[in-house]
Design a protein around this ligand. Structure first.
Ligand code: ADP
Ligand code: MG
Length: 246
């Protein structure tokens, strides 16, 4: 049930694609300032849920509320403007620019071409420095983004999303393709972010999920199958069954 602390309130939504129900009567509440993990087998509806939250996909039933306001009938750019950002929505990294230049530019994208051409102010440089520290990329600030390792590029993309200072940050499989060490660093980064933003992370790497130490919602066949912590879920034979594939 939603409370005063609920930031994201997904209420009984159903989402269909040509009659196929990708999500059925799903409800999910995420408290302000919390970190929530969403797991579930392939095709469970995880990405569709994020698409619905950001307004890319419309629920045929139910609604999504953000800070009490119904957002599920707003256009995508209005929802983004309210402070909901999904990582893959970040304008792609510009490989020929340095890491710092990418961060400086992102903070300006909404200011038009003239805004982009102006020299960055001291405050903008300070903000870029802060984002570099946050993402662990300070030592890489002046190399072309195209030379970053895969994991570093993912952190830069997270930094570019965080530059917009979203209230709700949605991350869809942020550790895909990462090494174990990069995965652990990503978990640490997400912990830092969760102190300042509300964060909803999708992943199915159990090692990563373990490091996040956050409440977990398990989706299965478009519905919430279980909610709980990792220990409880690991001890649940039905959860293990949908995970391990029968
Ligand atoms: P997950 O992210 O949990 O792997 P998805 O949300 O991507 O799952 O997909 C849920 C179900 O909806 C899958 O069966 C998928 O094939 C279907 N689906 C997702 N997007 C579309 C779409 N645009 N058109 C048709 N079917 C879709
Ligand atoms: Mg997905």
């Amino acid at each position: 049930e939603p409370t005063a602390e609920t930031l994201l309130d997904v209420r009984d939504i159903t989402v269909s694609f040509d009659g196929f129900k990708a999500i059925t009567n799903l409800s999910l509440q995420v408290p302000r300032g919390s970190l929530r993990v969403l797991i579930g087998p392939n095709g469970a509806g995880k990405s569709t849920l994020l698409d619905t939250i950001i307004g890319k996909v419309r629920p045929e039933r139910g609604e999504v509320r953000f800070g009490g306001q119904v957002i599920s009938r707003l256009p995508e750019h209005r929802i983004a403007g309210l402070g909901i950002c999904r990582k893959f929505q970040a304008p792609g990294v510009l490989e020929g620019l340095t890491v710092r230049e990418n961060l400086l530019l992102t903070a300006r994208r909404n200011k038009g071409v003239l805004g982009i051409l102006k020299a960055p102010s001291a405050a903008e440089h300070a903000r870029a420095d802060e984002l570099l520290r946050l993402t662990g990329l300070t030592a890489r600030a002046d190399i072309p983004a195209g030379s970053l390792a895969h994991g570093e590029k993912q952190w830069l993309e997270i930094g570019m999303v965080v530059a917009a200072d979203p209230e709700l940050l949605l991350l869809d499989e942020p550790t895909a393709g990462m090494t174990a060490q990069e995965t652990a660093q990503t978990a640490a980064l997400i912990h830092t972010l969760a102190g300042r933003h509300t964060v909803l992370v999708i992943d199915h790497d159990m090692h990563f999920v373990e490091l996040l130490k956050a409440p977990i919602t398990v989706l299965h066949q478009g519905q919430v199958f279980r909610e709980g912590n990792l220990e409880t879920l690991r001890a649940d034979p039905e959860v293990m069954e949908i995970y391990l594939g029968r």
